[in-house]
Design a protein around this ligand. Structure first.
Ligand SMILES: [Zn+2]
Ligand SMILES: [Zn+2]
Length: 416
């Protein structure tokens, strides 16, 4: 027997998944975002360049497709969409900014699958490219907050926020942090390695002793240049003005190289250790870094659909999930009525009425039982008698009520 690849899943009921996508589209259109699509495969080099070679994603988790000939470039299944969307912005010479776009679909990580972590997972990725003002961040975060809170009715989450400053601030801060770590005793080996390679990642360490130590570490928001300090203050003040509650967490750095200034996560305790269901931030240098002619300060975020589905489990009953269309099961009593049954079904389906014919039933009793299991609202029975009189016996599966309807009136009857 074949089994699915570890870390992937079959979705046999997409109701909630599709609801999230539909609501996302509706919500983002109100904020004038355009849906785009980029390929699932990209050059590996794109992600190495943008995310940074010392990040876990690039160093351990890339889903690489090995080149088959010498001329092939190394490809990979996209681990995230931001880099790909920025690539699309640059490659297609998009001139009108801010370019407000979103996409959704599968992302891939070739890591050892664990609880809540998939090799193929799904994200909505939203980007605002060419948006220097920090007030775009406020509007963007407010848009997400309104989406989770009002459109999806989620209440049990927190917005965690930090500000990493410009690249000069980051360099200066990393220097400070390095001095702090040089003096510190008892940091774990992973943190020692990260100190030299990707120092901000020390804050993601799971070791409790390290975490206790980092409570005393210098704080990045204390090391900002004047302009960044002003922007950080403006960001916080304007979020408050728009009634967005947030928690400042100085150790939130996000793992990727491209973030500058604002970084944020929407987290839910329902999700356990990997508790963010949406995360993002500003990436002021990325566009130029991957080949844009000029700097285009930008920002973006991704929503993890599987994680959002877990968060929504609790409020699912209150969601306005789309109603399933009433099912009409058509039951020909013998082979002589089967063609007629197809004809009747065809007429219903042409009028967008959901209909299915039972063609392999043994007895009326077993077919009725089957229709019941399928969740039929009405059964349309065709026997010799109905065939002769050009009628259908319509049986209501809830009330048991039966009625004879002329075949020519059937669509109108069912629509009424
Ligand atoms: Zn700065
Ligand atoms: Zn550590």
């Amino acid at each position: 027997m074949f089994t699915r690849i570890k870390g992937t899943q079959d979705f046999l009921d997409l109701t909630l998944f599709n609801f999230i996508i539909d609501q996302t589209k509706k919500h983002l259109h109100a904020y004038h975002f355009t849906e785009i699509a980029t390929p699932l495969v990209e050059q590996s080099a794109l992600f190495k360049r943008s995310l940074g070679t010392e990040t876990d994603v690039v160093s351990k988790e890339m889903f690489i497709i090995a080149p088959r000939t010498q001329d092939d470039e190394e490809m990979c299944l996209r681990p995230e969409a931001t880099a790909a969307m920025v690539r699309a912005f640059v490659e297609n010479n998009v001139e009108s900014t801010p370019w407000q776009v979103f996409t959704w679909g599968p992302m891939f990580r070739y890591e050892r699958p664990q609880k809540g972590r998939y090799r193929q997972f799904h994200q909505v990725s939203m980007e605002v490219i060419g948006a220097p003002s920090i007030l775009y961040d406020v509007q963007f975060i407010k848009m997400l907050d309104r989406f989770f809170h009002e459109r999806l009715g989620i209440n049990n989450y927190a917005l965690v926020l930090n500000f990493l400053g410009c690249s000069a601030d980051r360099v200066a801060y990393e220097e400070q942090l390095k001095k702090f770590l040089d003096r510190a005793e008892g940091i774990c080996d992973l943190c020692k390695a990260r100190k030299d390679k990707n120092i901000l990642r020390i804050f993601d360490c799971k070791n409790e002793a390290c975490q206790a130590l980092y409570q005393k570490a210098p704080v990045i928001t204390d090391a900002l240049c004047q302009q960044c300090a002003d922007e950080w203050a403006q960001l916080k003040n304007t979020l408050e003005l728009l009634s967005v509650s947030f928690v400042h967490r100085p150790t939130l750095v996000r793992g990727l190289d491209y973030y500058t200034k604002t970084v944020f996560e929407f987290v839910s305790h329902q999700l356990g250790a990997q508790n963010a269901f949406c995360a993002g931030g500003r990436y002021d240098q990325l566009v130029k870094h991957i080949g844009g002619k000029q700097d285009q300060p930008s920002l973006g975020a991704a929503i993890g659909i599987e994680r959002l589905m877990l968060v929504l489990e609790l409020v699912k009953d209150k969601l306005a999930l789309p109603q399933v269309q009433p099912l009409h099961v058509i039951i020909p009593l013998s082979t002589a009525q089967q063609a007629l049954a197809l004809f009747v079904a065809d007429e219903l389906q042409a009028h967008d009425l959901c209909a299915q014919v039972l063609l392999d039933g043994a007895s009326i009793k077993s077919m009725m039982r089957k229709a019941n299991k399928m969740g039929a609202k009405l059964c349309l029975v065709l026997g010799e008698d109905e065939q002769r009189s050009h009628e259908v016996t319509v049986k209501n599966m809830v009330t048991g009520h039966e009625e004879r309807i002329a075949q020519t009136d059937l669509v109108q009857y069912l629509q009424g």
